[in-house]
Design a binder for this molecule. Structure first.
Ligand code: FES
Length: 400
């Protein structure tokens, strides 16, 4: 255990003051505590002082922190001398904390100490070039990779006198180093890799009889969502037929599906079709059905259902590259995938849609129905098609 004393007077600076950025940072820390409790910020402020003063805390910094926190200097001194995270002596550019506790000692820490003495000198002294200093410390919690050392903020483990000597040489000459185990093992696995729990079947559910459960669940969800969407579309078509029988007669039912949703007074129930879906095995995902069949906000009494009409779609992006549809507010990667699969790749396609075409697309945005109308995609796409770009990659939120 090292002796916790202040550095001798001849290395102590005459004064210490936080620089402007650190002063501001310190004020923010102090402001976290209630009035009269500013002393609670003493550890962060000492840490910041150490960081600013080449890795160690001089007497002047302890006094400056005491003044800043309106504390007796002795109170701050007690803290600085108690916690070993504060260095009271100058340290090298690379400060080596070598673990000397039992597991590391049993695995060769004594030999590493000799390397330090040989390469750097006695502990708590800085090498002549200012690059290295070292200190023996208590367990650093990496005993499974003993022996080890912490150098600045990184752990170096599985050290031997040879690789440790080479490591110190690399640090001294500014060559890149690799923190972690120095013997090529991964973390604390055995040398040569893990020896247990290697069967991939342990991680895909087959061991507990789940089989290809991810695929099965995805199929169940898809079937349930399609069944629910079909029911909503059928109900909407029936309503539209009641309202305008002549129009319905002239078009196939699928093209007259209204964009409006069932009113709250007659909420949709999960369809029997969904429950009967073979893939669902009679137990469809309730959440998916509920989401797809969820009643929308009550439509205005006078709002007429909007007929659907399929817009012009592409089989592939023009020039092999679609526009960045995520620049439309509310459109994320899932919706882009859905739109591309539908045949929508470009802003000018969306900008050219009529209300019926918007309704057609909206009705097919599984899980996002109504989003295209709600976020006024047509207006957004018209702006984007001119070459205008929003400040945020999320797009510009439409003003309602
Ligand atoms: S004994 Fe050295 S890290 Fe625990």
């Amino acid at each position: 255990m090292s002796v916790r004393r202040l550095a001798p007077d001849h290395v102590q600076p005459a004064s210490f003051a936080f620089d402007a950025a650190n002063e501001n940072w310190a004020d923010q820390q102090i402001a976290k505590y209630p009035a009269g409790r500013q002393a609670s910020a003493v550890i962060p402020l000492l840490w910041k002082a150490q960081e600013q003063h080449q890795g160690w805390v001089p007497r002047a910094a302890i006094e400056a922190v005491a003044r800043k926190l309106d504390m007796a200097p002795m109170r701050v001194m007690e803290i600085a001398t108690f916690y070993t995270m504060f260095n009271l002596q100058p340290v090298g550019e690379h400060f080596i904390q070598l673990c000397g506790t039992t597991p590391c000692a049993l695995r060769g820490a004594e030999a590493l100490k000799k390397v330090c003495e040989d390469v750097i000198g006695p502990q708590s002294t800085v090498s002549a070039d200012g690059k290295l200093s070292w200190l023996e410390v208590e367990c650093l919690g990496a005993c499974c990779n003993a022996p080890m050392a912490q150098i600045n903020f990184d752990y170096y483990e599985d050290l031997t006198p040879d690789n440790f000597r080479a490591l110190l040489d690399d640090l001294r000459h500014g060559r890149p180093t690799k923190p972690g185990p120095q013997n090529d093992r991964s973390c604390s696995e055995p040398l040569g890799g893990g020896e247990t729990l290697k069967d991939p079947a342990l991680y895909d559910g087959t061991v507990i009889g789940a089989g290809d459960w991810q695929k099965r669940i995805a199929e169940q969800r898809k079937a349930a969502a399609e069944a629910a969407a079909a029911k909503v579309a059928a109900e909407a078509a029936a309503k539209a037929a009641e309202a305008t029988p002549a129009a319905v007669e002239s078009k196939p039912a699928s093209e007259t599906a209204a964009a409006s949703r069932p009113k709250p007074s007659a909420p949709s129930q999960p369809s029997s079709a969904a429950n009967d879906t073979p893939a669902a095995g009679g137990k469809v995902e309730k959440a998916a059905v509920a989401e797809a069949a969820k009643p929308a906000a009550p439509a205005k009494a006078e709002a007429a259902p909007v007929a659907e009409s399929q817009p012009e779609l592409l089989t592939a992006a023009r020039g092999g590259k679609g526009d960045d549809l995520e620049l439309i507010w509310g459109v994320g990667p899932k919706l882009v995938k859905m739109l591309n699969a539908m045949g929508v790749w470009h802003f000018d396609q969306i900008a050219s849609w009529k209300a019926e075409e918007l309704a057609w697309v909206d009705a097919r945005l599984t899980g996002f129905k109504g989003r295209a109308t709600r976020d006024d995609w047509i207006s957004q796409a018209k702006k984007l098609a001119t070459g205008w770009r929003p400040e945020s990659a999320l797009g510009d939120k439409p003003v309602k």
